[in-house]
Design a protein around this ligand. Structure first.
Ligand code: MLT
Length: 261
């Protein structure tokens, strides 16, 4: 499905019935990363997945990428769908966006799931790497970005045994426009430190991490969970950064247990 939101066409899916759960994807992927969650959870919940601007089947304008803009796109799409309150699941960059969305619209949140993400801002070194990566995307294209990202996205177990998953992720990355990839990098580079927000998250929160996550290491994610009052914390074994794709049953089970039903 598509809707005109904030001047561009946004693609999304809306399946199932019941309590709405909104899923925000990682960099530099698209909403198809949530297909196992749609399949596994749509009999119990209303599942909304969104191609963020610059990704998948959404438009990829040349400019206007920021976490604030992604949050506004999400809010306006939910208004369009008549959803005033939902549970939100964000993986990695999706989690960064949820921190921004919560700062702006806390009353939208019924519950929060932060998967394989972090609250801290980029270090000065990480900011330099974002810029180099943007230059690589611009000069060498999305295939090179896929080569660089795949070993960070998937854990060693999946890299060794899940050829199909490697190809599925490569396809998601290489079908994104360069403007979207570079836009994400700029948006993430300038994100603020959300650590001070953690103790003010006044909603039920679940934090998930893949045991083999290299991009958001387990210890750092666990430490983030400790700062969120009452947060539940789950480790997904034999999964890397995209734990929802690497171990979909375990990921779905923890969401189902957390949200009840
Ligand atoms: C992601 O998966 O969204 C990225 O690893 C986030 C990041 O690069 O900080």
């Amino acid at each position: 499905m598509k809707a005109q939101i904030n001047g561009i066409e946004l693609a999304f899916s809306d399946e199932g019935r019941g309590q709405p759960i909104v899923f925000l994807h990682a960099f530099p992927l698209n909403r198809s990363m949530w297909n196992p969650q749609i399949q596994g959870l749509k009999n119990h919940f209303r599942i909304i997945t969104i191609d963020l601007r610059g990704h998948g089947k959404s438009e990829a304008p040349m400019w206007r990428y920021s976490l604030d803009q992604f949050a506004e796109d999400t809010k306006n799409l939910l208004d369009h769908l008549g959803i005033a309150k939902a549970a939100f699941v964000g993986l990695s960059m999706g989690g960064y966006i949820l921190f921004t969305l919560y700062r702006k619209y806390p009353s939208l949140f019924k519950a929060l799931v932060l998967a394989d993400t972090r609250a801290t801002a980029d270090t000065p070194e990480a900011k330099v790497t974002r810029f180099s990566m943007a230059q690589i995307a611009y000069k060498r294209g999305s295939g090179t970005i896929a080569d660089l990202m795949l070993p960070k996205l998937l854990g060693p177990t999946s890299l060794e045994h899940r050829r199909n998953l490697v190809e599925q992720l490569r396809h998601m990355i290489t079908t994104n426009e360069i403007s979207g990839i570079v836009g994400d990098l700029m948006a993430m580079e300038e994100r603020p430190d959300s650590t001070p927000l953690l103790r003010n998250l006044k909603i039920p929160t679940l934090v998930i991490v893949g045991e083999e996550d290299l991009a958001s290491p387990l210890e750092e994610v666990q430490d983030m969970a400790k700062h969120i009052p009452g947060a539940k914390f789950t480790i997904i074994p034999k999964a890397g950064h995209v734990s929802n794709l690497e171990q979909p049953e375990l990921f779905n089970q923890s969401i189902q247990e957390f949200l009840g039903k």
